[in-house]
Write a protein that binds this ligand. Structure first.
Ligand SMILES: Cc1ncc(COP(=O)(O)O)c(C=O)c1O
Length: 437
């Protein structure tokens, strides 16, 4: 019988010093979170000594899992040489070269410390480039932690409004209305309504931003014809198209845009490009990225930051990304396929209503047959008990040695076929227990 006594005790202490004991809301867990002690390869060990295969990988950031020798080596070496400084280092030049070489929409790059900051800067760049102020995002889209872009991330049905013109719903109490007036919410995968809205707002719209791979982790997939329409309309209407590849970058050597064959004007990146260290990056075409040029006087967008391009993140990112060769992506995809096939077999054998989705190193177990093509369908499935079922399963999977979140299985390079096969059987046992609960 595993114990969680030390986690429980730490949580009691945390409640004295942090609101309700937490400093990130996305990790809230009942009755208390598990506290991590250390990680090793694809496994994470909690403070009570229980080891689980880590299928969250810090919200997809740790594509090389934990404690990779090359990662430890470069962090130690760089920390010993230079932690941060006002002078640029060669590492930022070396790291910038990789997305420039690999990602179709990236001619130039700027760095920052989080994906949220990358999105903030993308918004500024699009506004400066177009001279317009409004930003359009998908209903239910997540692009990080700032008040403009987080609106309408999780609106409830009474807040939705007309599907042709979804309401802009503040994510937090106190968000200024004036800010929300600068946002346009689009219905994912509804080509005609989206096209009409873009045309109606074109004179005020600086950018459309979306994650081209999935919304709400892996739950909603933008269709390729929808993305192609966005590319065509934004080009025609003088609107900047931003692909948020903070997660999606891990789906291929050329990013998600390389897989799709659709090239945005700006690309926001983060997570894997830091090799495990905090990072964000904005890439884009020479034309749009020229808003940062200082060759002819003041830049149109000024951007700096104390820890921007800090050499530890830059060096660790360079080492981590360099290890992600075409072969490494192929191996991640092969392991992902093995997992998806195995999980599909389990659902079939046990006759569990659900399906397996995803590609490359991202896999989702979705415990419903209902189609989910946009945020509203997801919210409807959720109110029909989807989240409750998924959470109940997640607890059972944790007891079987799997750390997962929202049915997502995020792969990492240290995972072996044995780990995948262990996972498939652990899911089989946990689903059987869910059926008999
Ligand atoms: C698609 C997307 N964009 C932006 C962000 C924000 O990145 P960060 O958490 O590094 O600020 C996230 C984080 O999960 C994300 O998933």
């Amino acid at each position: 019988m595993t114990t969680t006594a030390r986690s429980e005790a730490l949580f009691a202490e945390a409640r004295d010093v942090m609101p309700s004991g937490y400093t990130r809301h996305l990790v809230v867990a009942k009755p208390h979170p598990l506290y991590a002690a250390y990680g090793e390869g694809c496994r994470i060990v909690d403070v009570d000594g229980t080891s689980r295969i880590d299928y969250v990988n810090n919200f997809t950031a740790l594509i090389h899992g934990h404690a990779k020798a090359e990662t430890i080596e470069i962090i130690s070496a760089q920390a010993a040489r230079l932690l941060s400084a006002v002078l640029p280092t060669e590492w930022e030049v070396k790291l910038a070269q990789l997305p420039v070489d690999r990602i179709p929409g990236v001619d130039k790059v700027r760095f920052m410390n989080t994906g949220s900051e990358a999105v903030m800067l993308a918004v500024k760049a699009a506004r400066a480039f177009t001279g317009k102020s409004k930003i359009a995002k998908m209903e239910g889209g997540y692009h990080g932690q700032f008040d403009l872009i987080e609106a309408s991330f999780q609106p409830s049905p009474d807040q939705w409004g007309d599907p042709a013109r979804p309401n802009v719903v503040p994510h937090n109490v106190g968000t200024p209305r004036s800010l929300l007036d600068e946002l346009v919410i689009l219905p994912t995968n509804d080509i005609e309504r989206t096209r009409a809205r873009l045309r109606a707002e074109a004179d005020r719209l600086a950018a459309v931003i979306l994650d081209p791979y999935r919304l709400q982790m892996l739950m909603v997939q933008p269709r390729t014809d929808y993305l192609a329409m966005l590319r065509e309309e934004t080009t025609r209407l003088g609107i900047v198209l931003i692909f948020d590849e903070v997660i999606a970058l891990r789906t291929g050597y050329h990013g998600c845009q390389g897989n799709l064959g659709i090239t945005p004007d700006l690309t926001t990146m983060g997570k894997i490009i830091g090799g495990g260290m905090p990072i964000g990056a904005l890439g884009g075409s020479d034309e749009v990225m020229s808003v940062f040029d200082v060759d002819h006087g003041e830049p149109r967008v000024k951007h700096s930051g104390t820890f921007t391009a800090n050499p530890v993140s830059m060096a660790t990112g360079f080492v981590g990304m360099s290890l992600l060769t075409r072969d490494a992506f192929a191996d991640l995809a092969a392991k992902g396929d093995r997992l998806r096939e195995g999980l599909g077999r389990v659902l079939h054998d046990l006759k569990v209503p659900g399906r397996i989705e995803g590609s490359a190193s991202l896999t989702a177990l979705i415990l419903t047959h209902e189609p989910i093509t946009n945020y509203r369908e997801l919210a409807t499935a959720t109110s029909a008990g989807l989240v409750a079922r998924m959470q109940a399963w997640q607890t059972l999977a944790s007891a079987e040695g799997l750390l997962t979140m929202r049915g997502n299985f995020v792969g990492s390079t240290p995972m072996t076929n044995d780990d995948i096969d262990f996972t498939i059987e652990a899911v089989r046992r946990s689903l059987k227990r869910l059926q008999s609960a």
